[in-house]
Design a protein around this ligand. Sequence first.
Ligand code: MN
Length: 161
Amino acid sequence: MMKTFFTTAITSLALLTMGCMQQNKNEGEGNELQAIFPKGELGPAENFTGNAWNTPLVPNDSTYNTVIGNVYFEPGARSNWHTHPSGQILIITDGVGYHQIKGQPRQTIKKGDVVKCPPNILHWHGASPDAGLQQIYILPNTEKGIVRWMGPVPDEEYNQQ
Ligand code: MN
């Protein structure tokens, strides 16, 4: 009698747990990625193609001279071509995207990758067409400047392997 009760209780618990997992799986479907930080503010259209959401994490100050933030690129979204006077480090926390230095082939970047963009090198980064991209950006030595924006990355350039 007692054994039946426990078996039923454990089975119910297992089913409930599976139910929750199933629900989480459904929530994770589509192109929305797992977010660590708030989604933030939509990046300005003059600097981005598609929707890129920015959350500042560490504001600039004269002690650290470093800016850190999170960007979520929706599928297909990307930055304009740009340079960083002191370079930039990207830490990809979810999704799949691209990083390209001018004159070099497009690089695929994904969750767990760390990418260095050297100082004053023209480049862009963003999501792949099918999956979004979550990236943490680190901008060191901000006393030399943060970013210089150039023109957008047209579809032909974005799609070129
Ligand atoms: Mn950059």
